[in-house]
Design a protein around this ligand. Structure first.
Ligand SMILES: [Zn+2]
Length: 138
């Protein structure tokens, strides 16, 4: 699971721009409607092995532009979170999760966490990386 900082979604300072993203083989492609202000590196058992840098969106800011059947899903622990990945090239792509900002899953408030490492034509090095201690938080 992934925490969702309140400031990560709908931040007025965020620049509105379409960012396209793709896995290595292009089996999964998607777009998000704004650049992240920060990206999150999580130390939990899953994220540390996957190596994702997470950027958080609401579903209206996210558009899958490849066939949904290309998205494989991994679930672990409480299985409330769907971690998408490409079964062909192995890239972690995006995660569908209820909002966890209150500490409890809010299924009426779905969020999409995308792996910003898949962004094409975007200078990820310019974005601040926030480290969260998922290893000890859950
Ligand atoms: Zn792929």
């Amino acid at each position: 699971m992934l925490p969702l900082p309140h400031e990560a979604v709908g931040d007025r300072r965020s620049s509105l721009m379409t960012i396209k993203a793709s896995c290595h083989c292009k089996g999964t492609t998607f777009e998000v409607s704004q650049a992240p202000q920060t990206v999150t590196q999580c130390t939990c058992s899953f994220c540390s092995k996957r190596g994702s840098l997470w950027a958080y969106y609401v579903p209206s800011q996210f558009k899958l532009t490849s066939p949904p059947e290309n998205v494989s899903v991994y679930q672990w622990g409480s299985k409330t979170v769907k971690h998408g990945f490409c079964a062909t090239c192995g890239c972690g792509t995006f995660t569908e999760t209820p909002d966890w900002s209150t500490g409890e899953p809010d299924f009426d408030n779905p969020k999409i966490s995308v792996n910003s490492r898949l962004f094409d034509d975007f200078d990820l090095d310019k974005v601040e990386v926030v480290v969260i201690d998922g290893k000890n938080l859950w």
